[in-house]
Design a binder for this molecule. Structure first.
Ligand SMILES: [Fe+2]
Length: 245
């Protein structure tokens, strides 16, 4: 199976649809999401409807979770909190209920999915796996050879082999079919990349050969930016899309 994997869509409908079209044009049999469908950009309703219509399975990200928790003060950036409050005030309760029903973890073709870390897959804490110190706690809980995660918005590959963990920027490669190594893969972000590359970031994995393809996808950035400005959301959320940070 050719499995398209993406995440951290963050209300960016233009990026979401461009990535989905890319998956379809490149022979994907199934698409799966590492969470954070909402937050930051200005098209939550469109993104939720698209995920529902295409029946794309997804785990729950921290922004998906925060949006379902009314009257809660989260220790998050003020601009992120503004968008969450805006979604709570404007989204249909049915859409918020749909977000609430997303699972914290899932398994597809024997591959685990989680938004932040399997260390705390319950919404209590959302660690950023960006180094070996944070990855080690995740790997204690990873029971399968492969796991996809998101949250950091940086495409990374962690490999745990014989008690050692190494990590590197994710590039296309073929991973071994046998052996005891475990792999933790971050496809980067669809709707708000933070690796100084403004194009949407996705992965296609061949679940038989273990080929991992890393792709960047062009989308209509000015249109997504204008929607943020028109919705009167913080302007910096529009500006950062051009610089990929
Ligand atoms: Fe995110």
């Amino acid at each position: 199976m050719r499995l398209g994997v993406f995440g951290d869509i963050h209300n960016n409908y233009e990026a979401l649809t461009a990535c989905y079209d890319f998956f379809m044009a490149n022979g994907c049999d199934k698409v799966a999401c590492t969470g954070d469908i909402v937050g930051y950009c200005a098209s939550p309703k469109e993104c939720i409807s698209f995920m529902q219509e295409k029946e794309i399975p997804s785990v729950k990200g921290n922004h998906d979770y925060y949006t379902t928790q009314h009257h809660h003060k989260w220790a998050i950036q003020p601009y992120a909190a503004i968008v969450i409050k805006w979604m709570q005030d404007t989204l249909d309760p049915k859409d918020i209920e749909w977000l609430d029903n997303l699972p914290f973890t899932m398994e597809i073709e024997g591959i685990q999915f989680v938004h932040a870390s399997l260390e705390t897959p319950d919404g209590s804490c959302w660690p950023y796996i960006l180094n070996t110190q944070t990855a080690i706690f995740h790997f204690f809980m990873q029971s399968t050879q492969f796991c996809f995660y998101g949250h950091t918005h940086i495409p990374l590959l962690f490999t745990k082999n014989r008690g050692q963990i190494i990590y590197e920027l994710l590039t296309s490669r073929r991973l071994p079919k046998s052996g005891n190594a475990k792999y933790l893969i971050n496809p980067g972000s669809v709707g708000q990349p933070r690796d100084f590359n403004s194009r949407a970031s996705v992965v296609i994995m061949d679940t038989e050969t273990h080929d991992i393809e890393m792709h960047r996808v062009d989308y209509d950035i000015p249109k997504a930016q204008q929607k943020i400005i028109d919705a009167k959301l913080p302007r910096e959320l529009a500006e950062r899309l051009s610089s990929g940070r």
